[in-house]
Design a protein around this ligand. Sequence first.
Ligand code: NAD
Length: 291
Amino acid sequence: MTARIIDGKAFAATLREKVATHAAAFAARAGRPAGLAVVLVGEDAASAVYVRSKGKATHAAGMAGFEHRLSADVSQDELIALVEALNADPAVDGILVQLPLPAHLDTDAVLLAIDPDKDVDGFHPVNAGRLATGLPGMVPCTPYGCLLLLRDVLGDLSGKDAVVIGRSTIVGKPMAALLTAESCTVTLAHSRTKDLMGHVGRADIVVAAVGRANFVKGEWLKPGATVIDVGINRTADGLVGDVDYAGALSVAGAITPVPGGVGPMTIACLLRNTLVAAHRRAGLPFDDATL
Ligand code: NAD
């Protein structure tokens, strides 16, 4: 058996087109485009690349992008003042502060200052609470992208055994909450988990968000399992995921490649979240289950 390769790049391109169609309709009805503000502090090269590609994707989707670049030595008060100005700006529907922030800044305090209804990254505790309790909120982009791919491959997820490896607030925990809401039986595994291989071997769905190259081995998997590899690891062999891709190909039923799997979904879901936030703020109806 060779696993189906889940083409996240193609799926994300289609999602971005759907977002662009809805964004044009929003602009016509609201009399203004949906707007996403991105804040970059300092000169981190990787962060600058992410911010640039987010800006390009925002414009390509027909939304307004507002980029704010602050010097690496900006004070906490200045950064919070900018966030508060963006909270109050009616042209801004989504606010994203690019992480990591320089060490002298208090990341938690900055994220807490963002209006939860403009928190398109879904990192504010209010949105984590909404996700945990089933209220409409902002869902973190990467796990939401994983969910869209899983629904596309498997359809109804209810009753599936799912293992999420990694318990970060950005990926693992919200992923587990989303799969619980889909009526999966979820195991959230982490660095202290005993018998990880045993858990993985029973799972219909495996989501790996560990940050260790080729960590999950093909022979751990249940034959036919659907594998979502969130990991992005730079190695001498180039970019690789958290799953031993070559080993998994002959066991899994479907698997995301790295690159070209989960990665492209994150920005597409950021645009989707901005669109959702724009409709909610403008009081316009929008069926966000369709995207
Ligand atoms: P993190 O470092 O915050 O969390 C890693 C998790 O892995 C921790 O919860 C830890 O308990 C768990 N872990 C570590 N060693 C383990 C072990 N031996 N067994 C089981 N669990 C173990 O990482 P993160 O921010 O969640 O990111 C994870 C990976 O996903 C990274 O490679 C990151 O680059 C990638 N990532 C990709 C995207 C994307 O857009 N594709 C977005 C976010 C993160």
